[in-house]
Design a protein around this ligand. Structure first.
Ligand code: ADP
Ligand code: MG
Length: 240
């Protein structure tokens, strides 16, 4: 579903991705981890065209992201993205947050968008909160709304960039539970996270990055049981 081949990226003179190659098969969960500044966010943002890259190719469901002929808004509509800081529209109710892009981008009718949005809101356990504004919800609830909003677009894959890093510890579990459910239902997911318990439970593969390189790309269990590189061993020793 996602193919990343020999991707390199520079910010001005500074190279932040170095010849990165990996893939996410349909229905698989790939966890991306590594030290701060290693390029995890940059890599995941290149997948839905939020960050341009100078070398290599990325294909999502067969569409080449870097091809100038590719319409990025249409591509992004098919890839759900959830960030660290929720990024809900603060001036819109939860219900309107869920429907806006469905109506504007997918041209669904308001009734259809609302029915679909509320279906996903129920799924993340927040149907009773549909009339509230984001500021009236806890961080964990806001992140669950953000996930429901992404799912309401019927994405072919979901990208998560440290979705629980900004949460108080007691709210991390509720968000990981939603993500675990998605994984078990076969959603294709690429997840940047430091939650190694979650990674161990759901990751089909783990990609470990350091200094812009993919240093390790292993089956989940293999990564945790026997990391190949010294950098990954150090990283795991510090984080677990
Ligand atoms: P991670 O998510 O692994 O912490 P990032 O992908 O955010 O790492 O960053 C990778 C590198 O790119 C870092 O050295 C960071 O300072 C640099 N970087 C990120 N965004 C920008 C930007 N907009 N301009 C210049 N450098 C950036
Ligand atoms: Mg990051």
């Amino acid at each position: 579903m996602i193919e990343i081949d020999n991707v390199s990226k520079w910010y001005g003179p500074v190279q932040v991705l170095r010849d990165c190659s990996t893939h996410v098969a349909r229905g698989d969960v790939v966890v991306v981890c590594g030290p701060s500044g290693s390029g995890k966010s940059t890599l995941i943002k290149t997948v839905n065209g939020l960050e341009p890259f100078q070398q290599g190719t990325i294909r999502v469901d067969g569409t080449s992201v870097g091809d100038p002929a590719t319409r990025l808004p249409a591509l992004r509509a098919r890839i759900g993205m959830v960030f660290q800081n929720f990024e809900l529209f603060p001036h819109l109710s939860v219900r309107d947050n869920l429907t806006l892009a469905q109506v504007k981008v997918l041209k669904r009718s308001r009734d259809e968008a609302t029915a679909n949005g509320l279906k996903y809101l129920e799924r993340v356990g927040l149907l009773a909160h549909q009339d509230k504004f984001p500021a009236q919800l806890s961080g964990g609830q806001q992140q669950r709304v953000a996930i429901a909003r992404a799912l309401a677009m019927d994405p072919v894959a979901m990208l998560f960039d440290e979705p629980t890093s900004a949460l108080d510890p007691e709210m991390v579990g509720e968000v990981l539970d939603v993500m675990t459910g998605l994984a078990q239902e076969g959603m294709t997911m690429m997840v940047v996270t430091h939650e190694m318990g979650f990674a161990r439970r759901v990751a089909d593969r783990v990609v470990f990055m350091d200094e812009g390189r993919i240093v390790e790309d292993s089956a989940g269990e293999a990564f945790f049981e026997a990391p190949q590189s010294a950098r990954a061993r150090e990283f795991l020793a510090r984080i677990i």
